[in-house]
Write a protein that binds this ligand. Structure first.
Ligand code: GCB
Length: 610
């Protein structure tokens, strides 16, 4: 297994060297890898805190005047040694910026900036000879090239997933430096593509740490109850390094201590009997689970549950559930920008609970790990999604590879979170053949990585026949749960007409109304037919909620959206000012009238269940 991690390192390096001399757009191929599972459960050194930064709109620190990569770019961290030296950057005197954190909301002048920023941090490190070291980035939006002590260790593309590089040989005893070229330029062949409806926050937006691992370590594990038998706990183990024999899995509360023998190549599948209390929103039971291997004890907290569909029903632990959901972007009033911390996660998800939710749609990209861990703890079921949004280039193989990489990294990081019940492949994609092939391939990949969760996509294409709406996007036939985004009363029709709008589905699958909503500026009042007033938004909710009650295959909804969020598509002065105003809460968390309408609706549903 040693080869896996090293391959990642080497493959990245070889891709980089291949990339040199070519134009940036051609360097897109990235390597799929399985991540070191549970970085926060490992011995680690945090690199969070203040980093120096240099803004580099022309990528001067990377390319020379012939647009060839420099061999002595900013990553070399060269210093003036004699007064005649010409060096046009200096990380020692450069301004500082917080990591994690987007640059847009930390630096006024970078609010709308899109391009390269160099991040640099110097740190002292005590290396132990028996350890291997891996640098773990929670996320960098969108492209990152990472250098340790002036040497490239790899590159990563995709703004919302973790990535890691082994740096054992590059780390020094004592003084070290790490440099990251972060580039959030939007390009047509990216995932997402150039146009979205959210802010393109740039930078090192999630935590950074160096993991200290035994030479041979348990790189990856999966643990869950068997799909068809909740008295059986099953899993998989993957060791990286020399096979040291056995991994011990301990679940103290269930009196479990199992020694699992590894195969020659350092892998094992296991299953043993146990009777865990199952995880659910009513009782989000989590167990402390430990993995002991080669001197390392990895601690995790794991919930056990099953999820399946049965005709038009969604069944959690064998019982039908109705998903009282809400959509959420990864933005918090605590940061005023991209959210990343446990506090941010707790604030957002506590609001969702207060609303009466048992389910959240984490739109439109994989959120930070704290969101999933807090969702596990609070008992919120989760829809987790990759940014295959609107019109990515569906007929471009490279773009497919990028989407598949993000999907793989999302599943690799989060497969042990009980809260996640469905993976979403895409949002509002056009009904075209290339699109269907692209998403069908993503679905195949998902099922090969995780056949225990459900697959969904939010769809956009419904025909408005004489009798109402008909779900007829062919994507509906390849997913397990049909997500429908529909803005009756906002993008089409008068709000009052929505109550009577009918929906037809011929798929015998559960349907979730994955978006509905309307914009309102918190504190703006008027008649219920006046756009942007709280009354208008409340009226849209009232009539849409009447509509959803009549959709027989509907098993839940995730209205758009918990909180106002930044979007450059929303310039209307004194109303939007670059905020999408469809939040039930203002950007600072003040409730609008529609909040109470949805809250009462969810209360009614919950009470009807009793
Ligand atoms: C949608 C998109 C979402 C937008 C929303 C809107 O259909 O899925 O990303 O933000 O509509 O506000 O228009």
């Amino acid at each position: 297994m040693k080869s896996k991690l090293f391959c990642f390192l080497l493959c990245s390096l070889s891709l980089l060297s291949h990339a040199e001399g070519t134009n940036k757009q051609e360097t897109d191929k990235t390597v799929t890898q399985s991540l070191i599972q549970n970085p926060s459960g490992r011995e680690s050194t945090s690199l969070n805190g203040l980093w120096s930064y240099v803004v580099d709109p022309y990528e001067n620190g990377y390319y020379n005047h012939r647009y060839q990569p420099h061999t002595d770019g900013y990553f070399k961290n060269d210093k003036v040694k004699s007064p005649s030296d010409l060096i046009e950057y200096n990380f020692d005197t450069a301004d500082k910026i917080n990591v994690p954190g987007d640059w847009n909301t930390q630096k006024k002048e970078l609010y709308l900036y899109e391009g390269t920023v160099w991040y640099h941090k110097e740190f002292t490190f005590q290396k132990q000879s028996k350890k291997r070291y891996v640098v773990n980035f929670g996320a960098v939006n969108y492209q990152a090239i990472v250098y340790v002590n002036g040497v490239k260790v790899g590159q990563h593309e995709g703004g919302f997933t973790s990535f890691q590089f082994e740096i054992t040989d590059l780390l020094k005893q004592g003084d070290n430096f790490i440099t990251v070229k972060a580039d959030n330029r939007r390009e047509r062949n990216q995932v997402p593509t150039v146009n979205t409806d959210w802010w393109n926050y740039g930078g090192i937006t999630r935590e950074v740490s160096i993991l200290a691992l035994p030479k041979s370590h348990l790189a990856d594990y999966t643990i869950q109850v068997a799909k068809d038998n909740t008295n059986l706990i099953t899993g998989k183990l993957t060791v990286d390094g020399k096979n040291e024999g056995k991994v011990t899995v301990v679940i103290p509360e269930l009196d479990i201590k199992k020694k699992i023998k590894l195969s020659k190549n350092g892998e094992a599948s296991f299953s043993f009997k146990a009777r865990p209390t199952l995880w659910s929103p009513e009782n989000p039971k989590l167990y402390a689970v430990e993995f002991h291997y080669n001197g390392e004890v990895i601690k995790d907290t794991i919930g056990f549950r099953t999820i399946e569909t049965d005709g038009e029903d969604i069944k959690l632990n064998g019982k039908s559930v109705y998903l009282r959901g809400i959509s959420i972007h990864e933005e918090s009033p605590l940061t005023n920008g991209r959210a990343w911390s446990e506090e941010d996660a707790r604030l957002l998800l506590t609001w969702a609970k207060e609303l009466g939710s048992n389910f959240v749609r984490l739109a439109h990209y994989p959120h930070n790990e704290n969101m999933l861990r807090v969702a596990d703890e609070l008992g919120l079921m989760v829809w987790s999604e990759i940014p295959v949004y609107w019109t990515v280039l569906f007929d471009d193989e490279n773009v497919y590879n990028k989407a598949e990489l993000q999907l793989t990294e999302m599943i690799s990081r989060d497969k042990n979170r009980a809260s996640i019940i469905m993976w979403s492949m895409a949002n509002e994609t056009p009904n075209e053949t290339a699109r269907l092939t692209f998403i069908t391939n993503l679905i195949k990949k998902t099922r090969s990585l995780d056949d225990t969760r459900l697959i969904t996509a939010a769809m956009d294409t419904q025909s408005n026949s004489k009798n109402g709406m008909v779900i007829e996007d062919p994507l509906a036939s390849v997913v397990d749960i049909i997500g429908i985004n529909s803005y009756c009363g906002w993008y089409f029709a008068e709000p009052e007409t929505c109550s009577d709008l009918t929906w037809e589905s011929s798929y015998n699958k559960p349907v979730i109304m994955s978006e509905l909503g309307a914009g309102a500026l918190q504190g703006k009042h008027g008649e219920s037919n006046e756009r942007w007033t709280e009354e208008y938004q409340a009226s849209v909710y009232k009539h849409n909620l009447a509509m959803v009650e009549n959709i027989s295959s509907l098993r839940g909804l995730t209205p758009w959206i918990l909180k106002d969020f930044r979007s450059p598509r929303r310039p209307l002065k004194n109303i939007q000012d670059f905020w999408n105003r469809k939040g039930l809460l203002s950007e600072t968390g003040v409730k609008k009238q529609a909040w109470f309408i949805l809250h009462d609706f969810y209360k009614k549903i919950e009470e009807a269940k009793k």
